[in-house]
Design a protein around this ligand. Structure first.
Ligand code: ADP
Length: 453
């Protein structure tokens, strides 16, 4: 096992990794920008190194500074968290060249899954159900028109290098297709420097359901069930839960086994997530994330498995000791991503937290790195913390969430807590009846115009 690891991230995920490391008896090195000198992850780490000024490209994405920090502290391994350098295959290779272990999958798997067309082709070869679409990148408008006709409209034009929903355009009819292709290409070129696009059948009312996997690269892999992340705003997940209100045990088992088998065959070594759209009882693979995800606690709460601990042990070369039989799903968990934003306008609200009181009690977990007197810098994303609740069933989890949200006090800044106070009282949410467009529709219809009583 490692003696010391460096955590190349900030905020709640830096703290989350630090906690796993401490429980494994591993010393921790925090890195921070000058804007984060007073951050909680810096205070709680055994050592810390300032790696640059506030802009992420000069600090958290500054590879030479991170290598220097490993060098001067003697860290043997680096955990990238999520975002920043977590899915940068080149970075993982550079670390290997410097004999520093990247706590994540092999660079070739990061690269493979970062290329959407290659990822889909691989998934399909491994028996994972995919969205019907073009077999690869589109070479001409004529070819696109023929493929779209065969798929049936509406279709979606997607950027091969895609990410964050950019370079994605809907064509409802054959007439829309040339413009959709052209605008997707222009957007993709501007965002990713690569204008290759491909086609997919547009699913009208899917849910977003993803499968958590763990593989050790030595022939062992397990799945840890699903997370339903259908409640999204602008392609950003807002509320995640497990089990999905839409799945039954046999569907869970079937898709879970498909994913675990695929990961085993790939020789994938770390935690990973296979993301699917789910419509009319069918799963359609969209992408695989080769990192720990923001919403991982939901899975931890219902399985009792510490996913970051597993990532660290796998990176250290330990075989997976967890067997599929030992993965037992208990109860129901829900996570709310609380952002420093106004709950109706979503205007960012960085600034000083005057008073902070997190909720507690049975089945309540708060993953956050803020405290009273802490100033949220304007330079990074607006996640203040995650409230995760666990109950014996969905109703208990919902009741617990409701009371935990009512206990949560974050004074001095605007937060999205009122959004969740409204959602938890909404009949569709209580009945589990929502798809990936539900939240946008709810907001467009003025769902947050009045604050909850
Ligand atoms: P990105 O990498 O840009 O985030 P994804 O392929 O993950 O792109 O898609 C982002 C989101 O777009 C999905 O979560 C889903 O909401 C929507 N989406 C993607 N593909 C389809 C599709 N074929 N039909 C309907 N919606 C889709």
């Amino acid at each position: 096992m490692f003696e010391k690891i460096l955590i190349a991230n900030r905020g709640e995920i830096a703290l989350r990794i630090l906690r796993a490391a401490k429980e494994l008896g591993i010393a921790t090195v925090a890195v921070h920008s000058t804007a984060d000198a007073h951050a909680m992850h810096v205070k709680l780490a055994d050592e810390s190194v300032c790696i640059g000024p506030p802009p992420a490209r000069d600090s958290y994405l500054n590879v030479p500074a991170l290598l220097g920090a490993c060098e001067i502290t003697g860290a043997e391994a680096l955990h990238p968290g999520y975002g920043f350098l977590a899915e940068n295959a080149r970075f993982a290779e550079i670390l290997a060249d410097h004999h520093i272990v990247f706590i994540g999958p092999k660079p070739e798997h990061i690269r493979l899954m970062g290329d959407k067309i290659a990822a889909k082709t691989t998934a399909s070869r491994l028996g994972i159900p995919c969205v019907p679409g073009s077999p690869g990148a589109i070479t001409s408008d004529k070819e696109a028109a023929a493929i779209a006709q065969a798929l049936g409209f509406p279709v979606l034009v997607k950027a091969a290098a895609g990410g964050g929903g950019r370079g994605m355009k809907v064509a409802r009819t054959a007439n829309d297709l040339p413009v959709a292709l052209e605008t997707a290409r222009i957007e993709a070129k501007a965002a990713f420097g690569d204008d290759s696009v491909y086609l997919e059948k547009l699913l009208e009312k899917p849910r977003h359901i993803e499968i958590q996997v763990l593989g050790d690269g030595h022939g062992k892999a397990v799945h840890l069930g699903e997370r339903d992340c259908s409640l999204q705003r602008r392609n950003q997940k807002v509320w995640e839960e497990s089990p999905s209100p839409a799945l039954n045990a046999s569907q869970r088992l079937e898709i879970g086994e498909i994913c675990a088998n695929a990961v085993r065959e790939l020789g994938y070594a770390s935690a990973g997530t296979l993301e699917f759209l789910y419509e009319n009882g069918k799963f359609y693979f969209i992408e695989m994330n080769t990192r720990i995800q923001v919403e991982h606690p939901v899975t931890e709460m219902i399985t009792g498995v510490d996913l970051v601990n597993e990532q660290i042990r796998i990176a250290a070369g330990s075989p997976l000791t967890l067997t599929q039989k030992e993965v037992v799903f208990q109860g129901h968990a829900i996570e709310c991503r609380i952002n420093a934003e106004h709950s109706a306008t979503f205007r960012p609200s960085p600034g000083k937290i005057a008073y902070y009181h997190p909720p507690g009690g049975l089945g309540v977990r708060v993953d956050s790195a803020v405290y009273a007197g802490y100033s949220i810098p304007p330079n990074y994303d607006s996640l203040v913390g995650k409230l995760i609740v666990h109950g014996r069933n969905r109703n208990e989890a919902l009741m617990r969430l409701r009371r935990a949200l009512d206990e949560f006090i974050i004074d001095g800044i605007d937060t999205t807590i009122p959004l969740f106070q409204t959602l938890v009282r909404n009949a569709d949410i209580q009945n589990g009846l929502y798809d990936i467009h539900w939240l946008e529709r709810f907001l467009a219809l003025g769902g947050m115009d009045e604050e909850p009583a």
